[in-house]
Design a protein around this ligand. Structure first.
Ligand code: IMP
Length: 207
């Protein structure tokens, strides 16, 4: 497929996300560069919607590097919790104390289990929105999203992936996302779907 870029900055410090995006884009000849290579400072994410946060992150990374930038803003939404953790998925349990023995992801998962302890409706979905800015002032960013339906288990299973993967059951395979190979997660996930849609748009704008 034709792509107008050979290099893209990923507006994220999340290694799990960067790995998944690189898994899809690298075989297409797009070099995926983490923004840490430019010491890009963390971008504030003050907004109540995924799209606003994604746009802010992409613009921030493109401004600091001068390169095309791709941002993913994503999260887990649980209807029985009125959509929580939602846009604050990454920091659901609050900031991790310096002396904590648990990672931020582990603390978030523990909070989710405890918040859902008495909830029988276990339905949940992952949502991702991607924003690609070709340059810092790009007035027409490419935008694509994806959604993955599943359910929240009552115990952890699997060790791959990141975030809420060990609690999120993919009903089609009967496995948690942390038990799925990256290849399969990329085909099925919210981020994988959003990337496929973004690539369709890139293909259209390149021709
Ligand atoms: P963001 O960096 O503000 O977009 O927050 C993303 C957060 O949503 C992550 O830190 C995870 O907590 C959660 N999340 C998003 N995508 C996934 C995924 O594919 N697996 C597990 N958790 C995810």
């Amino acid at each position: 497929m034709a792509t107008p870029f050979s290099r893209l900055v990923i507006a994220s410090g999340n290694h799990g996300k960067i790995r998944e995006i690189a898994h899809v884009l690298s075989p297409l000849g797009i070099e995926v560069l983490p923004q840490s290579q430019w010491q890009v400072p963390e971008c504030p994410e003050p907004y109540g919607t995924f799209i606003e946060n994604a746009l802010a992150k992409a613009r921030h990374a493109s401004q600091h590097t001068g390169l095309p930038a791709l941002a993913d803003d994503s999260g887990l939404c649980v209807p029985a919790l009125n959509g929580a953790p939602g846009v604050i998925s990454a920091r659901y349990a609050g900031p991790t104390p310096a002396n904590s023995l648990l990672t931020q992801d582990e603390r978030n998962n523990d909070k989710l289990l405890s918040d859902m302890a008495r909830i029988s409706d276990r339905r949940a979905y992952f949502y991702s929105v991607l924003v690609l800015l070709r340059h810092p002032q790009d007035p027409q960013p490419l935008i694509a999203d994806g959604l993955w339906q599943g359910e929240i288990l009552r115990e952890f299973r699997g060790s791959d992936g990141f975030g809420y993967d060990p609690l999120f059951l993919d009903q089609q395979s009967g496995k948690t996302v942390a038990e799925l190979p990256l290849e399969i997660k990329s085909q099925r996930s919210h981020r994988g779907q959003a990337l496929a849609r973004l690539l369709q748009q890139l293909d259209r704008t390149a021709n």
